[in-house]
Structures are given as C-alpha cells and as structure tokens.
Unconditional design. Structure first.
Length: 344
C-alpha cells in the first residue's frame, strides 16, 4: 500500500527575484510512496495555477498505485507553489505585524517557485530527481526547475506549457486580474483585514480563464444554445458553477499573484533572447506534450519549446476536443506518454 504524508518545511532568508527577503517561507507538500535506499526514484510533480498538493486527486488516473506515475514504484513529491493558498507562504500568510500580507505580498516568478523547491529538495535529501513533471503553470515550473540545475534532473516532462507567454496569453491574464481588482471588496488585496472577500471578481476571473481552458468545439457540442430559462443559457450555468467552485476554495490575491507570475514567465529572462541559447542548460531527456485543441497554449507555441530544447526531445500531440484542460482530462493519453518516457 502506498504511503502518503503531508508536511510543512520552513526555509529561512529566501530572496525573490523582485528583491524581497522573506524571514521565513513555509513550504507545504505531500509525498506519496517510499524513497528507495539510493534515493534515485523521486519524481517532482508541479501543479497548475489553482492546483494544490493533492496530486493523486487532481491527476487521478495518472498518479497513484499502478498508474503511469506509479506511487508503488516512485517517491512522488508535490509542493504548493510560493504565493499560493494551500499551505505555502502566500498573501494570506501572517506578516510581522500580525495581519495577512495582503497587498504587501511581493511579486514572485516561476523561477522563484522553482528555486524554493530546490531548497526543499535539499531538506528532503534528494540530490537527483528521476523526473520533474508538470502541466500548464506546472509545466513552466518543471522547465525552470530543470534549467536551474540540470545535474539534479534526469528527465523533464513539460505538458501544455510554452517557453514563454506571448501577447495573447498576457491579454487573457490581464482581463482576469482586472476582474478581481475592480471588485469593490478587493481593497487592493487587503480585503481580509477589513472582513471582505471579492467573490464576484474571483468568480468572473475564473469564468474568463475557463474560456481559455476549454475549446469552442467542446463548448458548442456540450451546450449549444440550449437554455435553462428564458434568459439563462446552459453554458452560463456551467460557467457560474465553475466560478462558485473556485471561490469556495481559492484566495483571490493568490490568484492575482500566480496569474501574474505565469503571465510574465519567459525562460529567456536573464539568460539570452535566443531561445536555444536560453535553453542550453536544460535537461537533456525531455518530453513535451501539447493538446491539439489548446487555445491557451497552442500546439505551435509548445512545439517551439520542443524545437529549441537540447538533447533528446520527444514532442507528442494529444488529440482532444477539450482544449487546454486536456492535460487533466485525457488521462489515458497523458499516462501512455508518461509511462513510456519514465521507463525509457
């Protein structure tokens, strides 16, 4: 039976790329399985923007006993990202004055998140990862983790994520951030201090995002123009449901912090404007997966990453009508790609 553990580690004096120094950063993570004697079976799985550490739940069918990422064979680690709201230090963490950080929480980058996880690896005593794997924002984190020290990563799997965000993704992110910021209950991120919560803004941001996570073909097929009432469409009900689900479990300012980090992600920053040069220090055994109908990170943009990675690179396109969320829903195809890659 696979063992499972939930833990929090404290890292002192962590400095972000924006120049902010945290006296202490708490990193929440879960582990699944057992680390073998030579510590060679560790896999780091990176969650997406609104994900958490419960990887066997949000990636059921991919991670677990007997699955592609087999927790009976591998020691799987999933950490909550810096700036999140599932245990790792984020905007709702307590500042030195006893109040939440709120608007005082600094800008963080995908590279900050990866650097913090390198600190976690040291604490766990893992000098080399069999693989680092992630989808969407998790794919960006996996890529940065490997770029920071390729000696520590044997294999890297990047799913539905590019090397950098382009104007289209930046525009979609801007609308989501504005939806939250324009909610009168947002208070520039200090809503907790005044007993408010910008649910309307967060819900609208989620609805905007969901239109990039799903493809128009899938939405048209599922809902067409059917109505629940004279002025309420089936697709509207679906989007309202998605909004309510997220507002029940996620922090609005974390959403802003993390969406900005993904929006600004560019592996070329601080390296080289030439993409192949910027990626020269990446892992040399790479799997890149795109989803055929993805309109958030189109196949061509993900393929550009694959074309510029060094060493052995496999680019696999998963056929799906779902869109970007195919990296979560097409578990059989994702599992098949990962199973072959992890055992090659």
């Amino acid at each position: 039976m696979t063992t499972q553990s939930t833990s929090v580690e404290r890292i002192l004096g962590f400095v972000t790329e924006s120049g902010h120094t945290f006296g202490t950063v708490e990193v929440a993570y879960e582990t699944f399985g057992t680390l073998n004697t030579d510590r060679s079976n560790a896999i780091l799985v990176e969650h997406a923007l609104t994900g958490d550490t419960s990887v066997t739940e949000w990636w059921a069918g991919v991670v677990g006993p007997g699955e592609a990422i087999d927790t009976d064979e591998y020691f799987v680690v999933c950490a909550n990202s810096l700036g999140g709201c599932s245990g790792t230090t984020g905007p709702q963490s307590v500042y030195s004055d006893g109040l939440p950080y709120g608007s005082r929480f600094p800008a963080v980058t995908i590279r900050d998140m990866a650097r913090l996880e390198h600190h976690l690896a040291q604490i766990l005593g893992i000098d080399s990862w069999h693989a680092v794997i992630g989808g969407s924002m998790g794919g960006a984190r996996a890529l940065e983790f490997a770029l920071l020290d390729k000696r520590k990563v044997k294999k890297c799997a990047i799913i539905a994520a590019p090397a950098f965000c382009d104007a289209d993704q930046i525009a979609w992110a801007m609308m989501q951030e504005r939806a939250i910021e324009l909610d009168p209950d947002y208070y520039s991120g200090d809503y907790t201090a005044v007993g408010a919560f910008p649910a309307q803004g967060l819900g609208l941001a989620r609805q905007i995002a969901h239109l990039t996570y799903r493809n128009d073909v899938e939405l048209n097929h599922r809902f067409s123009s059917r109505r629940r009432s004279s002025d309420y469409h089936e697709v509207t009900s679906y989007l309202d449901y998605q909004a309510k689900k997220l507002t029940a479990r996620f922090d609005p300012h974390s959403y802003v912090v993390l969406s900005r980090a993904l929006r600004d992600h560019d592996v070329r920053t601080g390296r080289s404007q030439d993409l192949a040069t910027a990626l020269a220090d990446a892992c040399t055994d790479n799997l890149v997966v795109s989803v055929s109908s993805d309109r958030l990170f189109p196949t061509a943009q993900v393929e550009l990453l694959a074309q510029n990675l060094p060493g052995g690179v496999t680019h696999q396109v998963i056929e799906s009508e779902v869109g970007h969320d195919g990296f979560l829903t097409e578990t059989a195809a994702v599992s098949a790609a990962l199973k072959d890659f992890l055992r090659s």
